[in-house]
Write a protein that binds this ligand. Structure first.
Ligand SMILES: Nc1nc2c(ncn2[C@@H]2O[C@H](COP(=O)(O)OP(=O)(O)OP(=O)(O)O)[C@@H](O)[C@H]2O)c(=O)[nH]1
Ligand SMILES: [Mg+2]
Length: 312
């Protein structure tokens, strides 16, 4: 038996189900938090600011009877840059690939224009794909709050109330998803939870710390490129370039006497060591690239895959 056979031969039977679940919603409703909660480990960065996720990212949940492949997507919003266009297109693309659509709403707030935009998108395209409405952040509301407005947004197959933060309501949601998936094999080895490589994870963890530590336009104008990623015995040496669009933004990232970049380095290193489970030596350099968010060539270089969905 080859190595590959031994990986895939573990016990899934004829009634095993598998498929793709697109996790969509406006920015900041908790899509990435929910996927991390389902997987029981962090694969996607989470912040309290909108437009954190910029790329499609898989989260693979394997159980004996089913393998559910979640697609985390950027929040659907009204884009103003090429980066924004790209992000929204990534979310739309995920809808096409999906066997089930999970539409996440923040039930602690009434539906806003972005939620209504998504409602229109789903109504206009009227996908054959079943939609599960997930009312997230139930920990923030008291039971009497009116949910009718959220429930009226679209014709859904099922509805669940969850708290991704408190990991509440997840088992029932998973059971419902399983029943909607087609019969199929285990596509990924049971221990694989995502598809991303370590360089991408490192860049994302650094970007997460920058978003956490900064305000106003800075979170949206930062890109991180890993220039060097080298494993030496128990140590990982990482050199990261942090890009912003203007000199003034570079000044903010560096901070008074370098205090901000120092803090970014401390927080990012701690986060990286936790996730990589190794000692990390992190060097950062801040660079200015004017209007990088309209520069497709640069965006490709730092990992935004513009080939997706090009043909429509
Ligand atoms: N109280 C509460 N907060 C939550 C819950 N789920 C997520 N959050 C918070 O909501 C914020 C946004 O969470 P994310 O997971 O980054 O949201 P997202 O939908 O992935 O956002 P984008 O990537 O920007 O589209 C973070 O501050 C989370 O901690 C929840 O169930 N309850
Ligand atoms: Mg996200």
């Amino acid at each position: 038996m080859s190595d590959l056979d031994s990986i895939f031969s573990d016990d899934w039977g004829e009634d095993h189900r598998s498929g793709m679940v697109a996790v969509i919603g406006r920015p900041n409703v908790g899509k990435s938090t929910l996927i991390n909660a389902i997987l029981g480990q962090k694969i996607a960065i989470v912040t309290n600011k909108p437009q954190t996720t910029r790329q499609r990212q898989l989260g693979i949940h394997t159980a004996e009877e089913a393998q559910i492949i979640f697609i985390d997507t950027p929040g659907i919003h009204d884009p103003h840059t090429k980066l924004g266009d790209y992000m929204v297109r990534v979310a739309y693309d995920a809808l096409r690939d999906a066997d089930v659509i999970l539409w996440i709403l923040d039930v602690s707030q009434p539906p806003n224009d972005e939620d209504k935009q998504i409602s229109k998108l789903l109504k206009d395209s009227s996908p054959k794909t079943p939609i599960i409405l997930v009312l997230n952040k139930v920990d923030l509301i008291n039971n009497t709050r009116d949910k009718d407005e959220h429930m009226g947004l679209v014709a859904y197959h099922e509805i669940f109330e969850v708290s991704a933060k408190d990991k509440k309501g997840i088992d029932a949601l998973l059971s419902a998803i399983r029943l909607l998936l087609p019969l199929g094999p285990r596509y990924y080895p049971a221990e694989q939870v995502s598809e991303t490589n370590l360089r991408f994870i490192a860049a994302e963890m650094i970007r997460e710390q920058i978003i956490n530590l900064t305000t106003e336009e800075i979170p949206y104008t930062v890109a991180v490129e890993i220039n060097r990623f080298k494993e030496k015995d128990d140590l990982i040496v990482i050199e990261a370039f942090i890009y912003v669009e203007r000199d003034s933004q570079k000044g903010i990232i560096i901070g008074k006497k370098g205090s901000m970049i120092k803090q970014i380095g401390i927080d990012a290193r701690a986060a990286l060591e936790k996730i990589l489970d190794k000692q990390v030596h992190l060097e950062t350099r801040v660079k200015v690239l004017k209007n990088w968010r309209t520069n497709e060539q640069f965006m490709k270089r730092v990992g935004y895959d513009f080939s997706r969905g090009k043909d429509d």
